[in-house]
Design a protein around this ligand. Structure first.
Ligand code: ADE
Length: 225
């Protein structure tokens, strides 16, 4: 899979060299490419924003640099993901869908967002799929952190990235609304707290039942909070 990101802060994407995601690149399972939006400006100040039509607080990202950057980055059949708190809420189902894409392109806006015509224009181009995505009901300073979260959740689903693919089947959100059961390791007692006896019983049926019940309880708590 190819992954591209466009941002005025390309340094945000340095953590992608670390850990499993870094290894996935070494194994050529994924190829990252990050572009600086300012490289697509033509004035001495490398301007990417301007005041909003209609007035109001803050600045809006100009369409021209975005148009040039995206024209150079998008490929036929790619998925363009525009990060915005006004987008569709990201979840594990979308992570699974995006993990099937040949090429994901992340447009990371800052300030009060990108001129709305940019999404409108690329939506009108049938060779691209355009998604406006939010990672939750809160406001970040820009789309970079949201893009990193999405990239990490997508890349770990690519076959060969995670050593043991079984861990993907059992984990939280693999089923809608169900989170994973609590897990324990040695020592058997820590600060007066004991590992539930059933887990050392060797009775696989009883362990499976305990885990299913514990996952159900935890899922109810996660929903309520
Ligand atoms: N940009 C600013 N806030 C965001 C959010 N919650 N999700 C995605 N992109 C954003």
């Amino acid at each position: 899979m190819k992954i591209s990101a466009i941002s005025i802060f390309p340094e945000y994407f340095q953590p992608l060299q670390l850990s499993l995601i870094g290894k996935a690149q070494e194994k050529s399972l994924v190829e990252f490419n990050v572009k600086d939006l300012r490289d697509f400006t033509h004035d001495t100040h490398r301007t990417v924003d301007d005041t909003p039509y209609g007035g109001g607080a803050g600045m809006v990202m100009k369409p021209e640099p975005w148009g040039e950057a995206l024209d150079q980055t998008l490929t036929d059949g790619c998925d363009l993901i525009v990060l915005t708190p006004a987008g569709k809420r990201f979840n594990q189902r979308l992570a699974e869908k995006f993990s099937q894409s040949p090429h994901l392109v992340f447009a990371c806006g800052r300030y009060e967002g990108i001129d709305a015509r940019v999404t409108e224009y690329y939506r009108s181009q049938p060779r691209y799929r355009v998604h406006e995505i939010s990672i939750g009901d809160y406001v970040l300073n820009g789309g970079e952190v949201a893009a990193l979260a999405i990239i990490e959740s997508v890349v770990r689903l690519i076959p060969g990235v995670i050593g043991n693919p079984e861990s993907l089947v059992e984990e939280s959100h693999a089923q809608d609304g169900v989170v994973e059961y609590p897990t324990y390791t040695k020592p058997a007692e820590w600060r007066g707290l004991k590992v539930p006896d059933v887990l050392s019983s060797g009775n696989h049926g009883a362990i499976a039942t305990w885990r299913a019940e514990a996952a159900q309880l935890r899922s109810q708590h996660a929903e309520r909070d």
